[in-house]
Design a protein around this ligand. Sequence first.
Ligand code: S3P
Length: 433
Amino acid sequence: MKLKSIGPLQGEISVPGDKSITHRAIMLASLYNGETVIYKPLLGEDCLSTINIFRQLGVNISITSDKIIVDSPGYEAFQEPDDVLYTGNSGTTTRLLCGLLAGLPFKTVLDGDDSIRKRPMGRIIEPLRQMGVNIKGNENRFTPVVINEGTLSNINGIDYVMPVKSAQVKSAILFAGLFANSEVRITEQDISRNHTELMFNQSNIDLEVDDNKIVLKPLSIDKLKMHDITVPGDISSAAFFIVAALIVPDSRIVLSNVGTNITRNGIIEVVKMMGGNIEVIERSVNAEPVSDIIVSYTGDLKAITIEGELIPKLIDEIPVIALLLAHANGKSVIKDAEELKVKETNRIDTVVSELNALGYNIQPTHDGMIVHGQSRVDRTRNIFDSFNDHRIGMMLAIAALIELEPIEIHRFEAVNVSYPNFLDHIKQLKGDL
Ligand code: S3P
């Protein structure tokens, strides 16, 4: 894939549905005995992995261009699968399903691609074992993961102080907790994305949240009642175009219907801290707030430090935020972000290797990076790599939009994981392909 720029981005797009919310909607709708329509879902590869697994368990799922219809016999009628459940590249599918499958009275095996096989699963195996789940991972901490081998699961409650800042871990415990015979209590250090909590509440489940503490009542699964769900646009996908509009001279774009949940809107805070031209107009607030975002080129961006409780609110956006910081005046710092090392790739390494080869000046640190803004030199190569990481592929494509000479991006098809129509949207906003 070769990409360069010939000019400003102008116009309006609606980014695809939120990946985290689409996964959770498919999972909860599949547990429920009845039909649920999920409007405007993400139909990226990660969510298709989740859909295929529930089909293997006996759930009827049909897909059209703008909706998923989940017609389920309910979890009590799920069939024991006769094959491994393949989670592809999807960490959310792998981790949340470890929790959900723990509630089912048969053995399942989860496994994914090469990247998933390297990602830490001990973080979910540990609390699930404390809840009485019979779960084993390769070397106790990787996939393949085997759940409920030889036991009929009897899940206990747990009082768990989260050692990692991870919504996937929190949500795995909450999905297992739906089947628990006593209360589940979770305390987070810094609040991570809360889509599971909001969707549980919307689906008649008794879950209380007080600041960083969550309490889920026993056997909540018995109360589950689904309503149709409309998925907001994914702010993690919008982030690429927010940054594009800020760094490509004379750009002005509108991103409509983007989810602006407070646990996810760190990129907006960052752009405001940097003095970027951004306006957020809230359109509706049901379970999840939805806004239009108007963003335009800003020539004079301030360097900033991003740390602490802001990190979980923008963890997936850091690759493209690093590119943005490289256009600011002076030295910016990203810290407290060691979780970057265990994403689809080690994103400290992949961001630094690819942006520095483009001529930017970024120093890796043990928990983030130091970005020296506006200190660009010539590129050292013309061929770049996504390393099969969708967000690295898209970061490179946005970086290309200000390159006069084209750059080549290998393994660009990785973007299909979360943003299958990414290139169409660049075309629509008039970037040159
Ligand atoms: C996600 C949580 C985050 C995020 C991932 C999606 C989720 O991961 O990086 O893309 O849907 O819960 P962690 O919970 O591991 O931080």
